[in-house]
Design a protein around this ligand. Sequence first.
Ligand code: AHM
Ligand code: MG
Length: 338
Amino acid sequence: MPYKRITLTHFLLQEQRRLGGSGSFTALMTDIIFACKMISHEVNRGALAGNLGVAGSENVQGEEQKKLDVLANDIFLHMNALGGSYAGMASEELEDVHAVKGAADGKYLLLFDPLDGSSNIDVNISVGSIFSILKLPEGASTIEEAAFLQKGVTQVAAGYALYGSSTMLVLTTGNGVNGFTLDQNVGMFLLTHPDMTIPADTKEFAINASRERFWEPPVKRYVDECRQGKEGPRGKDFNMRWVASMVAEVHRILCRGGVFLYPADSENIKKGGKLRLMYEANPMAFIIEQAGGAATTGRGRMMEVEPTALHQRVPVILGSKNEVERIGAYHAEYDAKA
Ligand code: AHM
Ligand code: MG
């Protein structure tokens, strides 16, 4: 009975009334919702629309762009410029920040990864979009990189769209986490996962184990102990998952708990890690914390990291609170002896 559910638009209006807002928050989200619906449509059509394969270009990070990376980026830029809420945007796929033309009144900044997990596009495995909304700092008159370099704790809202066996939009505005499923027939996101919460304990971990030879000792210790199962110090068996789409991993953790690690290792440390702070780690950290989990670099809370560059990379450890704290303790013990 779709008509008996709360639509995302109605949910946002309720939130707005609760906050006593002027309507700007609903406007902020409306453009993102349109963008995610359009991207969902394009991902869904896949090969039928000629959307698979490489675009023949590289992004600022030197990574090969897929056709859908470029298309999703264009959709995000175009849709979010229309409403006039944003003064500027920054994307994984763009080297520099993007000032929104004619948005003299835009009071917010939007950071996004238009299509995360792009290695999965051509093999029909879940991908997603991630977004983070910041306030334009007081007195900032021009849209420069410095305006975007705010700690994760300052985020106004964050969310992701998951293009999986169904399309979902998961959102936090700092008042818990709610998940909405796209009803393709009526074109609306409907509230299906209210108040998502992450159990503090888990028996599931996710890490790209092919990188084991590069891991730091505390990461190796944690994974070794999980793998020893009932016979080891943890006294229970663990299961392992790796989708290679962060959005899918975070969604699984929100639904049934777990821990996700993309640590800095001896090979990726030259770049600071693999995942990007501003439009991957911070929005996911906000969502995870709001659902009762924890998100760290292994050596400190993710949302307290002081950003120094738009495309900065960081180690990421997030998910069930007790596991994330345990991994943090292993890092602290190791650092104390070093
Ligand atoms: P992308 O933004 O270029 O798609 O890269 C980010 C993705 C994450 O979604 C995922 O967790 C990770 O990269 C997978 O990395 P790996 O290829 O090492 O498995
Ligand atoms: Mg990404």
